[in-house]
Design a protein around this ligand. Sequence first.
Ligand SMILES: *[C@@H]1O[C@H](CO)[C@@H](O)[C@H](O)[C@H]1NC(C)=O
Ligand SMILES: *[C@@H]1O[C@H](CO)[C@@H](O)[C@H](O)[C@H]1NC(C)=O
Ligand SMILES: *[C@@H]1O[C@H](CO)[C@@H](O)[C@H](O)[C@H]1NC(C)=O
Ligand SMILES: *[C@@H]1O[C@H](CO)[C@@H](O)[C@H](O)[C@H]1NC(C)=O
Ligand SMILES: *[C@@H]1O[C@H](CO)[C@@H](O)[C@H](O)[C@H]1NC(C)=O
Length: 343
Amino acid sequence: MFERQDAKFIKAPKKSPLILTMVVLFLLMVSGVYIFSIWLRQISPRTNAKFLNIRVLDHLQQQCQAPNIEQWEAPFIHFPNPETFSRKECVCNPVRYFAILSMQRSGSGWFETLLNSHTNVSSNGEIFSVRDRRSNVSSILKTMDKVYNLDWFTSASKNECSAAVGFKWMLNQGLMEHHDDIVKYFKNNGVSAIFLFRRNLLRRMISVLANSYDKDVKLLNGTHKSHVHSSAEAQILAKYKPTINTTQLIPELKRSEQTTAKAVEYFSSARHIVLYYEDLVKNRTKLREVQEFLGLPYRELSSRQIKIHTAPLSEQVANWDDVQKALEKASSYGSFLHSDYKI
Ligand SMILES: *[C@@H]1O[C@H](CO)[C@@H](O)[C@H](O)[C@H]1NC(C)=O
Ligand SMILES: *[C@@H]1O[C@H](CO)[C@@H](O)[C@H](O)[C@H]1NC(C)=O
Ligand SMILES: *[C@@H]1O[C@H](CO)[C@@H](O)[C@H](O)[C@H]1NC(C)=O
Ligand SMILES: *[C@@H]1O[C@H](CO)[C@@H](O)[C@H](O)[C@H]1NC(C)=O
Ligand SMILES: *[C@@H]1O[C@H](CO)[C@@H](O)[C@H](O)[C@H]1NC(C)=O
């Protein structure tokens, strides 16, 4: 079609050169306007986006400074930029990183539900109970990167408005083996460690034995439960009285004690706090101290979990007389016999 038209124009140059020139000029003008409008449409969203990005960046750099923080706190204040979602109106809320370092049956499950009852805390559970995630240092560090960038999702995630994010980590889940690299990571990334131990290691031992028994027997209608939410369930689980091997008792208590001491020693150069389960149970104002440690606005914390073993120790062990004798002989553990507490 164009060829034919062109041919027509070329064939009749003499007829009206002025009209021809005007038509060509007109066509050039129309196509020029058209091309310009297309160009405008293509670049306009991009300029908008650029403009927005610049504004957000400015926002982060100039206004994302937590007010009223002291110099020493600066390394522990973060403004993560998650890959999987936008922090929206909380983009400039400072976030602190923490890890609860504990041992099985030391109250860390209960402690974590307390923390998670705070609207601004995401404690994501025992993420290193999965073997693959702790099989080597790079896997461990990559997992932590994801958690602290707020890209780890569990039922505890508060996403955009988290002010403290972390998880719990049992000492026997790669933490002791790789302590050098983990301490380095904590220090480089401003992670605070919350140690949670139990003062009465004998009570912990009873809880470990009972929990491992329930794994096999499943006392609650064929379901194994490590934590319960009703006193009826607690009573059923507490009915089981383990027999403690008195030959192994003292060496086992010593081993636990040494492990906790070593863990605190390994992490002493990182920011940390040492808490004891018994103190938290007896004195709820301890929870205020924890929230201060994490720089959180103060809230009343609550948990639906119910303590399983509440009876005096003597009623919780099948061979109590033997256990008592063994502990009295080992003078340093005699105190476990008398340090019962009321709840
Ligand atoms: C570390 O462990 C992960 C998961 O098990 C594995 O995929 C990866 O290849 C390992 N990396 C090294 C360096 O061993
Ligand atoms: C806590 O979360 C609420 C929304 O759930 C948010 O409005 C508030 O800014 C957050 N506080 C901090 C200190 O991040
Ligand atoms: C076990 O099952 C019985 C009967 O189905 C029910 O009444 C009871 O509440 C259940 N107990 C627990 C601890 O789930
Ligand atoms: C207690 O432990 C010792 C040492 O491990 C073992 O030799 C002994 O058989 C155990 N006793 C019982 C009753 O299991
Ligand atoms: C309870 O804990 C707070 C904060 O750690 C402490 O100041 C207070 O002395 C404790 N009270 C008792 C009775 O131990």
